[in-house]
Structure formats: C-alpha cells, structure tokens
Ligand binder design. Structure first.
Ligand code: HEM
Length: 186
C-alpha cells in the first residue's frame, strides 16, 4: 500500500546480507595482505576472499536491480531539503563504492601476470577473468591500489551511514531502522 513505509523484502534481505558479507570481505582482505601466516594458509585465504567476492558481486548487482525496480519508501517528511539531498548523495556514493569493490578485485586478478584462476568454492564453478584485460603488472597494480583506496572510502562511508541513522534517531526521534526491517503489516 502507498506510501510505502519500508523497503522491498528482497532489498532488506540483501542490505543485511551484504553488510555481513562486507565485514568478512574487509576483515579477510586486510588480514591476508598484512599479517604473517604460512604461505599455504595465505593462498587459501586469497582463494576464499576471491570466491566470496564473486558472490558479493552478484549480491550487489541484485541489490542495485531491486533498488531500481521496486518502489521506495519516501524520505521522512521531517527531513530538510538539505538532509534529503545529502542522504541521496550518500546512498549513490555507497552503491558506487559497493560495485567498484568486486570490480576492481576482478580486474586485479584478471590482469595479474600469474593468471591464477578463481573458483567459486568448488572446482566445478570457475569464474572467468575479464576477457579483454591483458596480463599486465601496471594494470594489476592500479587495480590493487583502487581496491585498497575504495575499501578505505567504503569503511568511512559506512561509519557515516550508521552515524546518520543514530543522529536522526537522537536529534529528531526518527527511527530509520524500521524502514530496513521486515514487518507483517506492510
Ligand atoms: C565487496 C567486495 C570486496 C571487498 C569489500 C574487498 C575488500 C578487500 C580489502 C579490504 C583488501 C585488502 C586491501 C589492502 O589492504 O591492500 C582486499 C584485497 C584483495 N582482494 Fe578484495 N574485496 C572484495 C572483492 C574482491 C574480489 C571480487 C576479488 C577477486 C575476484 C578480490 C581480490 C582481492 C585480492 C587478490 C586482494 C589482495 C591484494 C594484494 O595482493 O595486495 N576482492 N580486498
């Protein structure tokens, strides 16, 4: 029934699944690159990170499609025009960073001179390299730097995103979390 008071059920599911996935992706990424461990364990962690990253790519594409194709709850009336514009810009920035994360990871492994394949948790599912990308150390290095910079920006944006939810609750008493949770009534 319009006006909607919450997001589509699939959007809600994907929002929280991706949030959990991001904790794993950032945690595993930082750990495997910066911490000492036996080479075999590091290799295994890289493979797990890549496989989970492919799932994240699909989940993020589906999330963007659901966002685009479903009806959105309007922003709370109590928001000022500036707050509405800020929220919109923040959400666009978040989606952009979200999709750029797996794409730069994919670019990095596609350009790697090692040419290691990516399997999605089973040898039966081999994820291809990007077809038109040549194995080239410079491209790999640019993609690696982008992957790191965007991950750092994403973490900052997520802190801002959570901060905004808390701030609206404390200052205006608006509970935004209800819009992103299931309910039997709507
Ligand atoms: C939402 C998805 C993803 C997130 C949030 C993410 C996050 C990260 C982070 C935080 C790092 C550590 C960066 C550093 O400290 O230098 C990292 C490294 C890495 N990621 Fe991802 N990643 C994602 C998807 C992917 C995908 C899809 C692939 C490949 C298929 C991938 C391949 C790699 C590789 C190979 C590294 C190691 C880079 C190096 O050798 O320095 N990632 N990732």
């Amino acid at each position: 029934m319009y006006p909607y008071t919450r997001y589509h059920g699939l959007s809600i599911f994907l929002h929280w699944a991706i949030a959990l996935g991001l904790i794993f992706m950032v945690g595993s990424g930082v750990y495997m690159v910066n911490f000492e461990m036996p080479k075999a364990d590091q290799f295994q962690l890289f493979q797990t990170h890549k496989a989970a990253g492919v799932i994240m790519l699909w989940a993020i594409v589906l999330r963007i499609l659901t966002r685009w194709l479903s009806k959105q709850p309007p922003m709370p009336e109590a928001f000022t025009a500036k707050e509405k514009a800020l929220a919109k810009a923040g959400h666009i920035a978040l989606y952009t960073a979200l999709i750029a994360m797996p794409l730069t990871g994919w670019l990095m492994v596609s350009a790697s001179p090692f040419g290691l394949p990516t399997f999605v948790f089973t040898d039966a599912i081999k994820w291809p390299h990007i077809p038109f990308v040549e194995r080239n150390k410079t491209i790999e290095s640019i993609a690696r730097n982008m992957h790191w910079v965007i991950a750092s920006g994403l973490v900052l944006m997520i802190i801002g995103h959570i901060g905004a939810v808390v701030m609206h609750k404390k200052k205006q008493g608006i509970s935004l979390i209800q819009r992103m949770w299931w309910s039997k009534s709507s």
